[in-house]
Design a protein around this ligand. Structure first.
Ligand SMILES: [Zn+2]
Length: 286
């Protein structure tokens, strides 16, 4: 008898009642997603005067939520390569900013910040040692990157690169002696080059991503802006001149410095390794 009584007491629904009562005493589960200000490597330079990012050194970014994760797992968006762009678009607080306009280095800074807010700063990924080739897992600290503002032309005048007032640059080409004016690479440009490349593969045409890129970035040659003329010049320009423009673009582009020292567990060499953007960047292994 006494044992049965005890058992009845033990299964009494008291804890459940207490839990039910709780919500009436709170204001619910409202949660305001925090935001942060992310420093742009460009510091707002090279955006035209009427652009919302002109002279803006930071962009306010919302932290990643569970709903944002849905974007990253949407098969349709992943297939079209749009998942990352949609994510950036959703996270930027100021909706006047068109994410397609972002300079590529600025977009990289936002992606790194979004990744840290969503999954933390530790990024474990397979790298191979540049000295001995051994593949090994390395954990990068994504908060340790520094922005590189690009080498300003006045510091690098020997290269013949100069900044214009329009956010573009000019460079004197070593072979032809022509002056090429170029602008910096944006997120939209990246999409265009990628889509063109996919189209060419589908139609079994030779890939021309390198010249496609130059056709996008070169604004004028010797002051001539006519697209047909400029594109024709690019198709026929000496390889050395093309290489010079690509080198100049790289030097002046503000970006996130994605290199971090990595010690090899096999040979002990410490080398600077560029953090690879792999699937684990936004889809970390559990
Ligand atoms: Zn090694």
């Amino acid at each position: 008898m006494s044992r049965n009584k005890g058992r009845t007491k033990a299964t009494s629904p008291a804890p459940a009642q207490a839990a039910k009562a709780a919500p009436t005493q709170t204001t619910g589960l409202s949660y305001v997603t925090p935001t942060e200000f992310v420093e742009l490597p460009s510091r707002g330079q090279f955006y035209s005067a009427d652009h919302p990012l002109h002279n803006q050194e930071t962009v306010e970014l919302r932290f990643m939520t569970a709903k944002d994760e849905d974007i990253l797992t949407s098969q349709a968006l992943l297939k079209n390569g749009l998942a990352i762009d949609r994510l950036v678009s959703n996270l930027i607080v100021d909706k006047n900013i068109n994410p397609d306009d972002l300079l590529i280095g600025d977009k990289n800074a936002l992606l790194v910040a979004a990744r840290v807010s969503g999954y933390g700063a530790d990024y474990t990924v397979q790298v191979s040692c540049p000295s001995c080739g051994t593949a090994q897992e390395h954990t990068f600290d994504l908060t340790a990157f520094e922005n590189n503002e690009g080498i300003q032309p006045e510091e690098n005048s020997e290269s013949g690169v100069a900044a214009t007032d329009n956010g573009t640059f000019t460079a004197v080409l070593p072979r032809t002696g022509y002056t090429a004016e170029f602008r910096l690479f944006t997120s939209q440009d990246e999409k265009d080059v990628m889509q063109a490349s996919v189209k060419k593969t589908r139609h079994k045409l030779a890939d021309s991503a390198a010249t496609d890129l130059l056709k996008i970035l070169v604004v004028s040659v010797n002051g001539i802006e006519d697209r047909a003329e400029v594109n024709n010049f690019i198709d026929n320009m000496p390889a050395q001149d093309a290489r010079h423009i690509r080198g100049c673009v790289q030097v002046v582009t503000p970006n996130v410095n994605m290199n971090q020292p990595c010690e090899c567990s096999s040979c002990g060499a410490v080398t600077d390794v560029e953090v690879p953007f792999t699937a684990e960047f936004f889809w970390p292994k559990q």
